[in-house]
Design a protein around this ligand. Structure first.
Ligand code: ATP
Ligand code: MG
Length: 401
């Protein structure tokens, strides 16, 4: 008869944090805050810190619902579920067997035994051989002390013993918020949500900005972007999106400027507006989904003249990514299916035949003098609409203000 074991707690190990010296405390504090926020719906959970790791005490909550959430939180290196048993060798053997009995994926194991209670009757070598014997007898597992798939950790205290098995990999990175705040230019495409996720990984809190050109861009296209923005919410309290009405400025570009320069200049306008909004909202950098050479507006010369209109750093986490790598990542963060829905965003409504790939900065500046772009830029900033989004908001179109 198999005995019923309940997981008692989850041991969480920090990511790169441990190497960060004096900032460590802030990092740990932020990770706890983000984690407690992500798990706020599980009332019974309790938390306990211990040196370089901490425990989530399950207190009856279902670990199956907690595991996927932990896998989404930046700053967690790995975590393991623990079973609590009486400090008794037979109990320990049974619990250790339970840790691997349902595991059909892994093949090799190693046992680590920590005898905190020095009066425990069996020595570590004996504990290890008893547990290993049971697993070797009853499962397909073999021992490999160098390249093991599952490390079974046994921690023996006077009152109780914790037995831990499989290590779940976390997302790594830094807890969101410890590196400041940036403004992500978020389109409805595949690339920019991935760029947002990668920069969040380094601890950056995101605001997002999206340019719409109604009636050339549709309500569905905006709705799609709102759903993409929500996907960036797991590590922050909410995600704000600044929706910029871009039609008038885009039409002015279309009417006044030579066609090959339209896209380059449109992007210079986007950057100007994004930087202004970033400054107004304490963001210290812009983030885009640009990847070198992917489209004509992402040649080195285009990136250079577009970048020229802003002072703040522009982070382009995808600059060296192939499209295939970006798609792979977008599947992991669950944005791919949304991104490929077929609605045009502001970038694709005017498609010049021969967009310039080697623009001249002096020519951009010259063409921009053909019309009063600054007042149109100001108008965009003034008329921006802000929405606050959370991934568990049910009504996609609900106005949260
Ligand atoms: P994406 O897949 O992210 O749309 P893309 O390959 O289609 O990128 P572009 O359309 O040239 O490339 O856009 C490059 C970057 O400019 C995007 O990754 C995004 O950061 C930003 N961007 C483009 N269109 C918009 C928009 N309508 N609103 C906000 N940002 C945008
Ligand atoms: Mg795009």
């Amino acid at each position: 008869m198999t005995m019923q074991y309940n997981y008692e707690h989850i041991l969480v190990r920090y990511g790169e944090l441990t190497t960060k010296g004096k900032n460590r405390r802030d990092f740990i504090k932020r990770l706890h805050k983000n984690l407690k926020y992500a798990l706020k719906d599980f009332d019974k959970l309790r938390y306990r810190r211990q040196h370089d790791r901490f425990f989530i005490i399950l207190n009856g909550e279902d670990e199956k619902q907690i595991i996927p959430i932990l896998k989404d939180i930046f700053g967690i290196h790995s975590f393991s579920l623990a079973i609590k048993v009486k400090s008794d060798i037979d109990e320990i053997v049974k619990a250790a067997y339970h840790v691997v009995e349902d595991d059909h994926k892994n093949k090799t194991f190693k046992i680590f035994s920590k005898r905190r209670d020095k009066n425990f009757p069996q020595r570590s070598t004996e504990i290890i051989s008893r547990v290993a014997g049971e697993i070797l007898d009853k499962t397909h597992f073999t021992v490999d002390i160098h390249n093991y798939d599952v490390g079974i950790i046994i921690e023996i205290d006077k009152e109780q013993t914790y037995v831990m098995g499989k290590i779940h990999q976390g997302k790594g990175g830094y807890p969101v918020g410890i590196s400041g705040k940036a403004m992500l230019l978020l389109s409805g495409g595949i690339d920019s949500p991935v760029a947002g996720d990668l920069i969040q990984k380094r601890g950056v809190y995101l605001d997002t900005v999206h340019f719409v050109s109604p009636p050339y861009t549709s309500e569905q296209s905006l709705d799609k972007v709102l759903r993409l923005a929500k996907r960036l919410n797991y590590n922050q309290k909410n995600v704000r999106i600044f929706i910029v009405p871009f039609t008038k400025l885009q039409l002015a570009i279309h009417e006044n400027l030579p066609e090959p320069y339209e896209i380059t200049i449109m992007r210079r306008m986007m950057f100007r507006i994004a930087e202004t909004l970033a400054n107004q909202n304490s963001c210290t950098a812009l983030v885009t989904g640009e990847s070198l050479g992917q489209v004509s507006s992402q040649t080195m010369d285009n990136i250079s003249v577009i970048n020229d209109v802003v002072k703040m750093p522009v982070f382009r986490p995808l600059i060296s990514f192939d499209k295939e790598e970006i798609i792979r990542h977008s599947r992991i963060i669950d944005t791919y299916k949304i991104s490929i829905e077929p609605y045009d965003d502001a970038c694709t409504i005017f498609n010049p035949q021969n967009p310039v790939t080697k623009p001249k900065l002096s020519l951009c500046e010259h063409y921009e003098s053909y019309f009063d772009f600054q007042s149109l830029v100001d108008e965009c900033v003034e008329n921006v609409e802000i929405k606050v989004l959370r991934y568990d908001d049910e009504d996609e179109n609900e106005d949260l203000f």
